[in-house]
Design a protein around this ligand. Structure first.
Ligand SMILES: Cc1cc2nc3c(=O)[nH]c(=O)nc-3n(C[C@H](O)[C@H](O)[C@H](O)COP(=O)(O)OP(=O)(O)OC[C@H]3O[C@@H](n4cnc5c(N)ncnc54)[C@H](O)[C@@H]3O)c2cc1C
Length: 406
């Protein structure tokens, strides 16, 4: 189908993107589904697949790694990164559509097909010298996994106030502190860890923070930070006089916070894409259910309160998708996207929360059943409204962009 770009706006799916979406479906069928056959209900039920303390079972970890490696082999995993480092250089629009497309198949291990928090992000493109071969390229190939470690026990949204410190000692850096809620920390080969290297009084609020590449055998793991619906994935990182060589600084000393801020929009695009995809999935499940389920002698979809609740969900999901496409398009054309990214992330995740709640409701008791994914989607939506900047942080950013606050 030709892409109509009348007045610079195009909503058609280009041929190349459509080919990627079709190939992703084939990949799911041929590579992912056979792996899941051996895993029982782990794919659909987050209450399974982990030990008592939360640690994921070896079978689940193996399946995730296999999906990652096979996806990288097939050219999907980090296809948004430049060809020079092993990606495919696809545009943010294609990346958005691919992320959304996978989520629209419902929650499950298919989320590991495209690089998420465990995978390479543009921040890692700052890798230089040996870091390229040792960290960046194997992560793009899905052979190694990583984590992004910023949050601490006392500091989340206010991350520049972090207490973890890095002190230079000869040719080494000495790291002390504790990170918390770090996705993939228990399983990563290395983490990208943020520490204060110059006091705020000297470097300013956002300056003085450096990103270090710290290997798994160099940090201790604290407790698992198990969330409802996300058990075994997040954990604490404990740094007690950890010494690492100078060449493990990623990017420039004291400049990591600014570097990370440059990629905020991408994280928000990806997360919002998932929210839109999950909303589409949940609405489709509900549409089928209310057509078949009968009460008072007719299908429940005939009751206006039921159909209107799904219609409202559809309208909001439609609007969220349009906002996601606009954000992706502005990113592709290198425009400023601070406001757009916050609008989309806040809106798409709020819509998913409302849609998931409506979908539970129209399923009645079946909506609450553990074997169905609807309460899990509600939990997922709750989580998406906290990670990558909470609702309040997104609204603060929008208010700031409106000139209302500083
Ligand atoms: C499943 C999961 C995975 C995660 N993965 C990672 C990861 O990989 N790496 C990582 O570094 N972190 C990760 N996090 C942490 C996440 O980024 C933080 O939880 C998030 O930034 C919020 O910080 P906080 O939890 O400390 O809440 P706080 O910052 O303490 O906020 C508490 C409440 O106060 C509100 N609030 C705070 N400041 C303001 C303000 N200025 N105006 C209005 N309201 C405000 C917040 O919106 C929130 O409602 C993860 C968290 C979860 C749940």
């Amino acid at each position: 189908m030709p892409v109509d770009t009348t007045d610079g706006v195009g909503f058609g799916v280009g041929d190349e993107t459509q080919l990627i979406l079709d190939s992703l479906d084939e990949f799911l069928e041929q590579e992912v589904e056979p792996l899941l056959d051996d895993l029982g209900d782990v794919d659909t039920n987050p209450r399974t697949g982990h030990h008592e303390n939360g640690r994921l079972t070896d079978e689940v970890l193996e399946a995730r790694e296999q999906i990652r490696r096979r996806s990288a082999d097939a050219g999907f995993y980090a296809m948004n990164l430049p060809e020079a480092v092993g990606g495919e250089d696809v545009s943010p629009v294609t990346w958005y559509r691919a992320k959304k497309h996978l989520a629209s198949h419902g929650p499950g291990l298919s989320r590991y097909v495209l690089a998420g928090p465990e995978g390479p992000k543009p921040l890692l493109l700052q890798a230089a010298g040996d870091q390229i071969e040792r960290y960046l390229e194997p992560t793009v190939r899905g052979e190694k996994s990583t984590a992004f470690a910023q949050t601490e026990p006392s500091v989340g949204s206010d991350s520049p106030n972090m207490e973890t410190v890095g002190r230079k000692d000869g040719d080494e850096w000495v790291l002390n502190g504790r990170k918390q809620w770090i996705t993939n920390a228990p399983y990563a080969d290395f983490v990208q860890l943020f520490a204060r290297t110059t006091p705020q009084e000297e470097a300013g609020r956002y300056g003085g923070i450096t990103c270090f590449l710290v290997e798994r055998d160099e940090y201790d793991l604290g407790s698992y930070n198990n969330a409802v619906g996300a058990v075994g994935t997040q954990a604490e990182i404990v740094l007690d006089d950890v010494r690492i060589p100078q060449d493990r600084v990623l990017g420039e000393v004291d400049n990591a916070f600014y570097a990370a801020m440059a990629f905020l929009s991408l994280g928000r695009l990806e997360l919002g894409a998932e929210a839109v995809g999950y909303s589409e999935y949940a609405l489709e499940q509900a549409r089928e259910y209310v057509t078949e389920r009968e009460a008072f002698g007719q299908s429940i979809g005939n009751f206006q309160q039921v159909s209107a609740s799904l219609a409202r969900g559809k309208a909001k999901t439609y609007a969220a998708d349009a906002a996601g496409l606009k954000l992706a398009w502005k990113m592709a054309t290198d425009e400023r996207t601070v406001m757009d990214a916050s609008v989309f992330k806040w809106f798409a995740t709020t819509v998913m929360w409302e849609v998931a709640d409506a979908v539970v409701q129209v399923h009645g008791a079946n909506g609450l059943a553990e074997e169905n994914p609807y309460m899990d989607l509600l939990h997922q939506a709750r989580m998406l409204r906290i990670v990558e900047g909470t609702d309040e942080i997104q609204l603060n950013t929008i208010a700031k962009e409106l000139g209302l606050t500083e």
